[in-house]
Design a protein around this ligand. Structure first.
Ligand SMILES: C[S@@+](CC[C@H](N)C(=O)[O-])C[C@H]1O[C@@H](n2cnc3c(N)ncnc32)[C@H](O)[C@@H]1O
Length: 278
């Protein structure tokens, strides 16, 4: 009879052979998902039932095909929350939490926020729940992703909007009144090689033409219209955009432009402040 620790050790070996980056971690999380136990409890838990073992083996097999762990468990941890995710929506990445740190530090009390390219709503959800004084709008263009966005934002007070964030008419009623715009837009240049897990994200969430800048450029123009003078815009970008991203902000009327590295030391997000009226 197998035990949870034995099943996990065998699964971790299979995942490692398949090139999964954190095999032990993923095996433990899948076991916790199937058993309903916490990871630490698995060490001393009763042996898995046949049904649990079969479900675990099936999930491990899917993970060996590099299907994202979050699709298998149906949820992604982001800051203090859990987002429901699955096919049709981008899985939020930990590095985007840095953009949220920056955003919260630049959000005035009672401020108005637009999170463009909202996907699962990771950024909007974090801001709305960590700063309930803010009014948060979340704009997403893809109807499939929008379904996840609507359900994730339910009860947070944030408002999901199905629209092209770069279009002049989108939330035009807010023009000149917004304090902060955030975005994690699609930005990967088409020629860049990505991890197999990324193939499970919708391609419109990941890749962009014009060396990855096709959404960032018009979005920066739109953000400048939404913002009030002195308002802030921060957006994530590819690590090849460390110079281009702040330059795009400058030509669109932003001052105090800055680029920020992620925890691995790679250029990851750019920020700027809309110039005050003369
Ligand atoms: C990289 S994902 C980011 C999702 C989420 N903000 C996050 O950080 O996990 C980019 C999202 O932008 C959406 N998107 C792409 N172009 C858009 C546009 N013009 N207007 C609004 N959303 C757009 C995609 O459908 C996708 O959901």
């Amino acid at each position: 009879m197998t035990t949870w620790p034995k099943a996990i050790a065998a699964a971790a070996k299979r995942l490692e052979a398949a090139g999964v980056h954190s095999p032990r971690n993923d095996a433990e999380l899948l076991a916790a998902h199937v058993s309903g136990l916490k990871r630490a409890q698995l060490l001393i838990a009763d042996a898995p039932t046949d049904l649990q073992l079969a479900a675990f083996e099936a999930l491990v097999a899917r993970r060996t095909t590099r299907e994202p762990l979050q699709h298998l468990t149906g949820s992604a941890a982001f800051r203090y929350g859990e987002l429901a995710v699955g096919p049709g929506v981008f899985v939020p990445r930990p590095e985007t939490e840095l953009l949220v740190d920056w955003a919260l530090a630049h959000l005035p009390k009672g401020g108005i926020v637009i999170d463009a390219c909202s996907g699962s709503g990771a950024v909007a959800h974090a801001i709305a729940t960590e700063r309930p004084d803010a009014t948060v709008w979340a704009v997403e263009i893809d109807p499939d992703a929008f379904e996840w966005l609507e359900s994730n934002l339910d009860g947070t007070g944030a408002t999901p909007v199905l629209a092209d964030a770069t279009a002049a008419g989108t939330l035009a009623e807010l023009d000149g009144t917004v304090d902060l715009v955030t975005a994690n837009p699609p930005y990967v240049p088409f020629e860049i090689e990505v991890a197999p897990e990324v193939d499970f994200d919708p391609s419109g969430a990941v890749y962009a033409d014009e060396a990855g800048l096709a959404v960032i450029q018009p979005l920066t123009v739109r953000a400048a219209s939404w913002l009030k003078p002195g308002g802030w815009f921060g957006f994530e970008h590819d690590d090849t955009h460390g110079k281009a991203a702040p330059a795009i902000l400058s030509v669109s009327g932003f001052t105090e432009t800055e680029d920020h590295d992620d925890l691995a030391g790679r250029p990851r997000f750019a920020t700027g402040r809309l110039g005050l009226s003369p």
